[in-house]
Ligand binder design. Structure first.
Ligand SMILES: [Zn+2]
Length: 55
């Protein structure tokens, strides 16, 4: 059985330097409301697409 690939993104905050991996839903939330750590505005360029974990 194969799982559908979940798009994941590594977020690196340009303001506070915190890094976290998020899915598309959280990415949109961050773009709307800013960094979860320091509340600075973020843009799509602060996210890098990564592959979901293989099992
Ligand atoms: Zn931040």
């Amino acid at each position: 059985m194969t799982e559908p690939g979940v798009p994941l993104y590594e977020f690196a905050c340009p303001a506070c330097g915190e890094r976290t991996t998020v899915d598309d839903e959280v990415l949109e939330a961050l773009l709307a409301s800013g960094c979860v750590f320091c509340e600075s505005p973020v843009s799509r360029s602060d996210f890098e697409r990564v592959h979901s974990t293989r099992s």
